[in-house]
Design a protein around this ligand. Structure first.
Ligand code: BMA
Length: 840
């Protein structure tokens, strides 16, 4: 007993020394409670940070929910006003007595004048930068007042915008380094706000500050990985120190001499028998934990915990017989990229929680994605996003935040952009998930092919193009090359636009012939580029999501409120036109919403499969878009509540790493075997033609087929006629099932119809469900007497269906898990089932 007590006391003493190690820099988060008001008005209102002005107003009942009905239009006045925020705080001794005290802001949106105890200490003009300023001499131990005056981004930029003498494509938003989608997009509302989107901090330190640290693998062999830890520090002192790295109970120590000023240094350490970091579907995203310390006179003066994987990423752009390749190599192996374009989770960043990130990135991983493109009209994401991508094996294609516009040049603007880029490169290069920095979204393509040049004279054109190349080539490109830790750089996405035949032969492509030009989905089979970084089709969000912003009378396709939540001018017309090609007219708007999701999912599947079949000519497919910033009809596969549309369920199936993908080409049924995995795989293929009663008309089994690593080839084919055996195409469905040889694993299963749904003779099925409570929710077992097309399970409860929108032939049994924290009391009535035949 005595011994235990001694150990306990010892532990206590040790832990309290660690916490109160006053040699280390000390951080103080500023308080949550603030007050705010509209400038030039009297009354202050309470608020809690992080907050955007819209949230602050809403929480005080000064405005309604900005997403409700057509409220967006009512709240446009907010962008024209100035806003003030303030609070008071004390500075505890451990911070106050430090030699240096910096006030640090991240995500301060955007034009802020910061006053500390009535002195102006900082002025900011870029929401993507970290702002730090020395405030030691302005602080007192108690009763400090911080006041932030936000200028309207519109009023602030109007003089410079007008002085340009011409209108830059993209509009006035280009003048401000602020999330460009705040100004409205074809899937988002316009809310040009301001706000304190992260809690500001005070950072106190004495003689030494570790400003930056990251780890890069140097030499990697099977036996050993040599890693370099690179640091930048700021020091007021010289002298001997030790750099220490603790890894896996081993300590590496190196002696150093500190120098005064801002200095860079590095140390190395080794990982024996290293396991490399692999992306989702290729292997494990192995991460290693270690701790770096700087020790002076036996005292730790800086420490940092790091979590890093060992990976090498390369972008291979080589001339070949077709044009020029565009693919990624991870750890020396070619990888086919599967994923989507990511936009921010909410237009009001203050509302985004860690849980939201986890849910969306889990959904990406669960849908077999291995890459997300952080699109250039949004934000450089929060650290938590990249950390979660590291952990889930999701590679990140990171655009710099420039989209669909020409940006002003000039010293001040470019200086601001340079600082932003340097800070973001420095922050992001340490994340293992980082695969690419890309200069901008569509700016090159738009300038050269969207007719933008016509509104400028030659001088202006030359100047604008020079500003373009200065920013994306001379500045960003060089910054990434010099400081990007080996992460590749790509000037603009796409390399060529769809008007240019080269777009299918070189670089990455955005193919929008489907959608904008109303080309049929089957064009995806023809327009296969080297890497498809954008293509998409709209649908409506989940019905409950529609209910969240409407009154019952609003729930009509063309109601004023629904139109306020459809930002594409031809959106509804295009959906209706495509729907008419493939589906029978839905009975009502609710059915239209459901069918719009099927239409989108089927269309996108055509694209995904075309890209996968054509590997290695095509080496990536990122559809537009993963998610939504508010409730809206859009290209997203997951709506703003995190609810999966049919697309996300379909993508999960279509992205499976080993798959048999059927297609009919010139009356020949072809099945492609696609293997994205590293090992060579032997598999069994079963192809059956069934009628809608479940009778097998034809079938073929290939007991052993070989799927080479990272490959795609036709593994089986037959003419439609022989397989159809005099049956009519409207009465049958083709099923391909790819399993392991011993049937223990189903790699993929796919149903393919010979005609579009509107021409099928679908029977009315009777789908029986039975519900059982299980650990994390309810298991719903389904059976049907006839083919049930696109079974759609719904419930009024919050939760998640493990599967939905799937087809089920008779004879098959399926169990869907409904994950929920809610306890249901009426199991039988809790779930509803619909199928496609209920919509007409
Ligand atoms: C892409 C994107 C976005 C846009 C989407 C849908 O090209 O880069 O600008 O939202 O198209 O139109």
């Amino acid at each position: 007993m005595k011994k235990i007590l001694t150990i306990f006391i010892l532990l206590k003493v040790m832990s309290s020394t660690a916490q109160s190690n006053t040699n280390l820099p000390q951080t103080l988060k500023l308080p949550e409670k603030w007050e705010f008001r509209q400038a030039h008005t009297e009354k202050w209102y309470p608020t809690e940070i992080p907050v955007s002005i819209h949230t602050a107003l809403q929480k005080n009942g000064l405005i309604e929910d900005p997403f409700w009905r057509d409220n967006e239009a009512k709240y446009q006045w907010i962008e024209k006003e100035d806003w003030q925020f303030q609070t008071t705080f004390d500075v505890p001794q451990n911070v106050f007595e430090k030699k240096h005290i910096e006030l640090i802001f991240k995500n301060l949106d955007t034009y802020a004048h910061v006053f500390l105890n009535d002195s102006l200490v900082l002025e900011t003009d870029n929401m993507f930068r970290t702002w730090r300023t020395d405030v030691k001499h302005f602080l007192k131990p108690t009763g400090n007042k911080i006041h932030i005056y936000f200028e309207s981004p519109i009023a602030k930029t109007t003089p410079d915008w007008t002085a340009l003498g011409y209108e830059l494509p993209g509009g006035q938003r280009v003048m401000t380094r602020k999330a460009q989608f705040h100004y409205g997009w074809d899937w988002g509302p316009r809310f040009v706000g301001c706000g304190i989107l992260k809690t500001p901090e005070l950072l106190g330190w004495d003689d030494f500050l570790l400003e930056d640290i990251y780890v890069v693998p140097q030499e990697v062999s099977q036996e050993i990985a040599s890693m370099a830890i690179r640091i930048r520090y700021r020091s007021d002192i010289e002298g001997d120190v030790e750099f220490v790295n603790k890894f896996n109970k081993r300590k590496t120590i190196e002696q150093r001499k500190l120098e005064i000023g801002v200095r860079e240094d590095s140390m190395s350490f080794q990982i024996p028998n290293p396991e490399l970091w692999y992306c989702n579907g290729m292997g494990e995203p192995k991460l290693y934990d270690f701790t770096f310390e700087v020790i002076k006179n036996y005292k730790v003066i800086a420490t940092k915990q790091l979590r890093v994987g060992i990976k090498k990423i390369e972008l291979i752009t080589e001339k070949d017989k077709d044009g020029e390749s565009f693919y990624f190599k991870l750890n020396g192996r070619r990888v086919f990229m599967k994923g989507a374009n990511y936009i921010p989770i909410n237009i009001f960043q203050d509302k985004v929680t860690e849980k939201d990130y986890a849910r969306l990135l889990d959904a990406s991983r669960d849908a077999n994605m291995n890459m997300l493109r952080v699109w250039g009209g949004g934000i450089y994401e929060d650290d938590i996003f990249y950390k979660m991508c590291d952990e889930r094996g999701i590679l990140v294609w990171q655009d710099f935040m420039y989209a669909c516009a020409m940006y002003p040049g000039g010293g001040n603007f470019l200086k601001n952009c340079s600082r932003e880029a340097n800070e973001q490169i420095e922050r992001l290069r340490g994340y293992t998930c980082m695969a690419l920095f890309c200069g901008n979204n569509e700016n090159n393509e738009a300038w050269n092919h969207w007719g933008w040049q016509m509104s400028f004279n030659e001088d202006q054109r030359n100047r604008l193009w020079k500003d373009y190349t200065t920013l994306y080539n001379d500045l960003l490109g060089n910054f990434v090359a010099n400081d990007g830790a080996g992460i590749p750089y790509w000037e603009s996405s796409p390399k060529y636009g769809r008007g240019n035949p080269k777009s299918l032969k070189e670089g990455d492509a955005h193919y929008w012939g489907v959608w904008h030009d109303a080309e049929p989905f089957s064009m995806y089979n023809k327009k296969v580029p080297r890497f498809m970084s954008e293509y998409g089709f709209q649908s409506f969000p989940d019905w409950r999501t529609i209910e969240s912003f409407t009154e019952p009378a609003d729930r009509e396709l063309e109601s004023k409120v629904m139109l306020a939540h459809q930002k594409h001018p031809r959106g509804n017309a295009l959906i209706a036109e495509y729907m008419d090609r493939d589906y029978r007219k839905p009975n009502n708007f609710k059915d239209f919403v459901y069918v719009s999701q099927l239409l989108q999912a089927e269309g996108m599947r055509t694209g995904i499969e075309a890209h996968r079949r054509n590997k290695p000519y095509c080496m990536g497919t990122l559809y537009w878009q993963l998610n939504d910033v508010w409730p809206v009809a859009s290209w997203a596969g997951i709506d703003n509540f995190g609810r999966w549309k049919a697309l996300h369920y379909f993508a999960k199936e279509s992205f499976k790493p080993v798959a048999a993908l059927p297609i009919i080409e010139d009356d020949i049924i072809k099945v492609y075997g696609v293997n994205d995995k590293i090992p060579f795989i032997k598999a069994k293929l079963q192809v059956r033609l069934l009628d809608f009663d479940g009778t097998v008309i034809s079938q073929e089994i290939l007991p052993e087929i070989k799927l080479h690593p990272d490959s795609s080839r036709v593994i089986w084919q037959a003419t439609v006629k022989t397989f159809l055996k005099n049956r009519k195409p409207q009465d049958v469905v083709l099923e391909t099932v790819l399993t392991s040889i011993d049937n223990s694993e189903i790699y993929s299963r796919r149903l393919l119809y010979l005609l579009p749904p509107r021409d099928l003779k679908l029977p009315k099925p009777h789908v029986k469900i039975s519900v059982n409570q299980v650990n994390d929710g309810y298991a719903i077992s389904l059976e049907t007497n006839k083919l049930a097309k696109n079974i759609y399970l719904t419930t009024a409860q919050d939760g998640f269906f493990s599967d939905n929108f799937f087809d089920m032939p008779p004879g098959e049994k399926r169990t869907v898990l409904f994950k929920t924290e809610t306890i249901l009391d009426n199991l039988a009535g809790a779930f509803q089932v619909r199928t496609l035949t209920d919509t007409f």
